[in-house]
Design a protein around this ligand. Structure first.
Ligand SMILES: C[S@@+](CC[C@H](N)C(=O)[O-])C[C@H]1O[C@@H](n2cnc3c(N)ncnc32)[C@H](O)[C@@H]1O
Length: 208
């Protein structure tokens, strides 16, 4: 793989570099896709500093949110408490691929679950599909490349197109409906304030 660090060391070092990494706002495409769903039980995989999980809890979802990084989770807990939804979110530390939360969920969300270190992404997303309750939704948002100008591109990391994501889930025939499978561009503001464009993809599937 691309770095000698263990995955949890890599991500804790990543988060420790700055007091805050992400914007504190929920992901835009995520909000678009989830806004029409009826709140229920949701699992957020790779929740980072918790903005999506907090947004969900504020809208009545019962949230389980997972990350490998204890640094990110510590921030997420504090933000949820400040937002008044600390009691609606079960934060869990897992190295997904090695362990996975129990239960089934009306929505399982994986927003930009990418890593420059070891990540069994396909296997994790298959496990995610298995955790979706009948009638529930699996929502996967991914990048389709590194940010423009990234100094150290990692050619061994693959960013799958929507069709590849769906194929790699190996879903049983007839059990799932594809609601969204699309590529889209997104304007993003980096921490230093320089706006750049990212090309992302959305896969949204419903289990019958
Ligand atoms: C690119 S960030 C996205 C964070 C958040 N979902 C968002 O959209 O802002 C990827 C997140 O996945 C987490 N992560 C990476 N590998 C993981 C693993 N094996 N198990 C659990 N979380 C992991 C990282 O710690 C990081 O918070």
């Amino acid at each position: 793989m691309t770095t000698e660090q263990l995955p949890d060391e890599h991500w804790n070092a990543f988060y420790t570099e700055h007091e805050q990494i992400w914007s504190g706002k929920p992901n835009v495409a995520f909000v678009d896709e989830v806004s029409g769903l009826t709140p229920g039980r949701v699992l957020d995989l790779g929740c980072g500093e918790g903005a999506d999980a907090i947004w969900l809890a504020e809208r009545g979802w019962t949230v389980t949110a997972v990350d490998i990084s204890t640094v990110a989770l510590g921030r997420a807990v504090a933000h949820a408490k400040a937002a008044g939804v600390g009691d609606r979110i079960d934060w869990q530390q897992h190295e997904l691929g090695k362990s996975f939360p129990d239960g089934e969920f009306d929505l399982v969300s994986a927003q930009f679950l990418h890593s420059k270190t070891e990540l069994a992404r396909d296997a994790i997303l298959r496990r995610a599909a298995a955790a979706v309750a009948p009638g529930g939704v699996l929502l996967i948002e991914g990048h389709l490349g590194f940010p423009p100008g990234e100094h150290n591109p990692h050619p061994d990391i693959h960013f799958p197109e929507p069709d590849e994501v769906i194929e790699s889930l190996a879903l049983p025939d007839g059990e799932w409906e594809t609601l969204v499978s699309r590529v889209h561009d997104r304007a993003q503001v980096l921490r230093d304030g320089v706006p750049i464009n990212r090309r992302d993809c959305t896969v949204k599937l419903r289990r019958h």
